[in-house]
Design a protein around this ligand. Structure first.
Ligand code: C2O
Ligand code: CU
Ligand code: CU
Length: 489
């Protein structure tokens, strides 16, 4: 086990070189955090500070036996893992070495949306530097988060080109003994199209409408990596759908997953799942037990229909929403993403019974509706809309007050699935299509399939300022499916 992980270091991630230069080890004063820390290239905070230089740049990397130029953070695809604790300060001296402007968003962190913090309105021009600096609240929840570029109009291209990385806030969830005993792994899921130059102009509209997908599927920058599990052992996977548009319907052969956390952190008790659907931007953490015949088992991406403009005809004809074909998603064959390989044996580890309580939010004072659709906008043609509006930089679409609770009804009246994401504040799903959901969970991105709706509840407590909510199919976001929310003190 030790040896495999050591060897894996050299090959983990695309173009991962000189790993030891960037990885710092936690000081001995926090030994309880050592046991399950990740062995991949990770920057850890030290003495309350995570400080690093990071650039975004095009980089020739080897992937699937080929060399391709992709967009990287610090020369890596995916970017390094950034790991922090509640109360830490994050200071990133960021340099834009791309040909286009960019910025950074910290998806899943509950931090200020203003100034040098998680500010989606910043624009960092090519060859300029910007220092991000913000502090996580002392009571920040444990979470698997995701940093990625967020400059409207460039997001799909830059993420599809390779930009993105995992962020981890380690905390109470990680201290549950059964979880601490588990071997921790990451599944950072990203698709690529190596036939397309990263700086090529945006693809034609017919590709942007459904959202661009690539046929090369990678996990942590590798094609079909192997994860070792011992008989009796327990693996904990932190999973991020870091693809621009592709959905993942994940299933391990013969191994159920035990969900322990959703986008917004821990749930109250593990939930056994045969499969897990993650739309872009969604994350999850699962435990997998090594309790089958020793051997090799595949992690599969099962077929999923996420709709498409091709369905408009079908809708008018038969009224069937899911019957017709999406040109983008492989619809009949499961795709092989990674392999679970048995090796060795340990005394059987058990699943935790209890995780962390999920707070009961008070009743809301305000109900709003957000309708997701597409339509014609004068001067822009066919575009994606929220409440009939296309994104306008200077306009505030939703204005809320701090210290209030709101229910949002998000309704998809279009012909494609849309993952709806809110910045800064996580929320709870109250119901789907009018039906109460089976268990409470914190989310920041929720899939609203075509023809469906969900009610989410969000408490606005701290962090005044402006930020955004949008569809996390990033071509849709770039095409206007985003709104501005102002949170007023
Ligand atoms: Cu991960 Cu506004 O996005
Ligand atoms: Cu976000
Ligand atoms: Cu969308």
């Amino acid at each position: 086990m030790k040896r495999r992980r050591f060897l894996a270091l050299g090959s983990s991630g695309i173009g991962a070189i000189f790993l030891s230069q960037c990885a710092t080890v936690r000081p001995q004063s926090q030994p309880q955090l050592q046991s399950s820390r990740l062995a991949s290239e990770t920057y850890f905070s030290r003495d309350g500070l995570l400080e690093l230089d990071l650039d975004a740049r095009a980089q020739a990397v080897s992937i699937d036996g080929q060399t391709a130029e992709l967009l990287s953070y610090g020369g890596r695809v995916p970017g390094p893992v950034l790991e922090v604790l509640p109360g830490d300060t994050v200071r990133i001296r960021f340099t834009n070495r791309l040909a286009a402007p960019t910025n950074l968003h910290y998806h899943g962190l509950h931090v200020s949306p203003e100034g040098q913090a998680d500010n989606p309105f910043l624009e960092i021009p090519p060859n300029e530097q910007f220092t991000y600096e913000f502090r996580l609240p002392d009571d920040h929840h444990s979470v698997t988060a995701y940093y990625h570029p967020h400059l409207h109009g460039y997001v799909a291209q830059q993420i599809f080109g390779g930009l993105g990385g995992m962020m981890i806030v380690r905390g109470a969830l990680d201290e549950i003994p059964e979880i601490q005993a588990a071997q921790e792994e990451i599944l950072f899921l990203k698709d690529f199209d190596l036939s397309r130059a990263v700086n090529a102009p945006d693809p034609y509209f017919g590709v942007q409408m459904p959202g661009r997908e690539g046929s090369l599927l990678t996990v942590n920058g590798q094609v079909n990596p192997s994860f070792t599990i011992s008989s009796g052992g327990l693996l904990r996977f932190r999973i991020v759908n870091a693809s621009t548009s592709r959905f993942y319907r994940l299933a391990f052969e013969n191994h159920p997953m035990h969900l322990i956390a959703t986008d917004g952190g821990a749930i109250a008790q593990p939930v056994e799942l045969q499969e897990l659907l993650l739309s872009p931007g969604e994350r999850a953490e699962v435990l997998v037990q090594g309790n089958q015949e020793p051997g090799q088992y595949r992690l599969l991406n099962l077929p999923y229909q996420r709709g498409g403009m091709g369905m408009m005809g079908g809708m008018m004809g038969s009224g069937s929403m899911r019957g017709s074909r999406s040109p983008q998603q492989n619809e009949t064959t499961p795709q092989h993403l990674a392999t679970l390989t048995y090796s060795g044996q340990v005394e059987a580890l058990t699943l935790p019974q209890q995780l962390l309580p999920v707070e009961d939010l008070p009743e809301s004072q305000t109900v709003r509706q957000f309708t997701l659709n597409h339509g014609m906008v004068p001067g822009r043609g066919m575009t994606f809309l929220i409440n009939g509006q296309s994104f306008e930089h200077g306009q505030v679409d939703t204005s809320v007050r701090l210290n209030t609770v709101e229910d949002w009804d998000v309704v998809n009246t279009g012909v494609m699935d849309h993952p709806f994401h809110l910045h800064t504040n996580r929320f709870q799903v109250i119901s789907r299509n009018g039906q109460t959901v089976p268990y409470r969970a914190w989310k920041d991105t929720i899939l609203i399939p075509t023809g469906e709706s969900a009610r989410i509840r969000v408490a606005f407590k701290d962090f005044p300022g402006k930020t955004v909510y949008h569809c996390h199919i990033l071509d849709h976001e770039d095409l206007g499916m985003m709104g501005v929310i102002e949170m007023q003190a």
